[in-house]
Design a protein around this ligand. Structure first.
Ligand SMILES: Cc1cc2nc3c(=O)[nH]c(=O)nc-3n(C[C@H](O)[C@H](O)[C@H](O)COP(=O)(O)O)c2cc1C
Length: 338
């Protein structure tokens, strides 16, 4: 158990539109990761608001089945945000209408943060940070079509170090009716290098009235308090530290409400491997389940004696039968009855 000496405890009620959550703790959108299975597990562990991975507005209006499937969620996942990306205001607006009519999520979030060239080349993702007029037009059209669903934005600090625009963009986005902004304060050029500059979250928070969700480099449970203290942000969003570690949400809540948290036991780690696999098996095709099981196990099976032995065993599996054989062995080794 880790006992902390934290002076002020945050019991903050967080609100976006009509959505209220007791602890302002979000699971970030992550492409290829935040599917219904992972979101449900994180929710169970204490994430209060979760997001789909980013979904192409073009794919939505073309009614591409794979794209539409990415937006399916269960009622237990609410409150949930569907995140969209695109480079055309009309198409983004049209996609927001389809999302509202068919899926009715609690939030629609616009991605102005993705740094991948394939996305930014035409002005989607963080490419929008190079053209604020287009960014505002796109956001306006989404707001108009989303009607009563609150629209939020997730963005980076700017395109490059000499073009930091998070404060200016935040002020403009608030004016047109964006209901909250998540800031990952790296530039697009930085991708994931260097450090997230939390002072930019503070600057944005001081410049607008709408809720600001801080994101970037929460590496351990204690960082939640640190980010709130340093930036005064209204909520904290976590991405990479939840990979193979959905317990981080539980640990953060434990700090907030009890000033201490438990380390993850090996038994719980193995139990979650079983649960995650069973959920994937129910939801995905055989090949997709195999790929995702390997991906998530490469994160779960770490930081305990013999972890690499088990990781390699699972990585070499070619079928779900092999995964299940290996799981049986793993359970037997650690005395887990499923
Ligand atoms: C594998 C991966 C996929 C991501 N996909 C998305 C995405 O679909 N939409 C988005 O807004 N951000 C995406 N991000 C960025 C994260 O949401 C987050 O902003 C970033 O990782 C910084 O937070 P962290 O330090 O907690 O990881 C992704 C990040 C990773 C590592």
């Amino acid at each position: 158990m880790v006992q902390l000496n934290v002076n002020s405890i945050n019991y903050i009620m967080f609100k976006i539109g009509n959505i209220k959550v007791k602890t302002p703790l979000f699971l970030a959108p992550m492409a290829g990761i935040t599917d219904t299975t992972f979101r449900s597990l994180c929710k169970k562990m204490g994430a209060e608001i979760v997001y789909t991975e980013f979904v192409s507005a073009n794919g939505i209006i073309r009614e591409n089945k794979k794209t539409l499937d990415m937006m399916k969620f269960s009622e237990e996942e609410r409150p949930i945000g569907v995140q969209i990306f695109g480079d055309d205001a009309e198409i983004l607006g049209h996609s927001a209408k389809i999302i509202k009519d068919r899926f009715s999520p609690d939030l629609i979030d616009i991605n102005f943060g993705c740094p991948v060239p394939k996305i930014t080349n035409k002005g989607a993702g963080s490419g929008a940070m190079k053209n604020m007029t287009l960014m505002i037009k796109m956001a306006e059209n989404v707001i108009k079509n989303a009607e009563n669903i609150p629209v939020t934005v997730k963005m980076r600090a700017g395109w490059s170090q000499d073009k930091i625009i998070s404060k200016k963009a935040g002020i403009e986005l608030e004016k047109i009716g964006i209901k909250a902004i998540t800031l990952h304060p790296r530039t697009s050029n930085q991708k994931f290098t260097g450090r997230a500059d939390w002072s930019l979250i503070r600057e944005l928070k001081d410049s607008v009235q709408i809720p600001i969700i801080g994101n970037g480099d929460i590496q351990k449970p204690e960082d939640y308090q640190k980010m709130i203290h340093e930036t005064n942000c209204d909520a904290v969003m976590i991405a990479r530290s939840a990979l193979g570690n959905p317990w981080i949400f539980k640990q953060i809540k434990s700090i907030i409400y009890k000033n201490k948290y438990d380390e993850i036991s090996l038994e719980n780690r193995v139990r979650l491997c079983n649960e995650h696999y069973m959920l994937l098996k129910k939801d995905k095709s055989e090949q997709h389940c195999l790929n995702l099981t390997k991906k998530h196990y490469s994160w779960y099976l770490k930081n305990f004696p013999n972890a690499s032995f088990w990781r390699i065993k699972f990585m070499k599996s070619h079928s779900l039968d092999e995964i299940e054989e290996n799981l049986k062995d793993l359970n037997a080794e650690y005395g887990i009855n499923i």
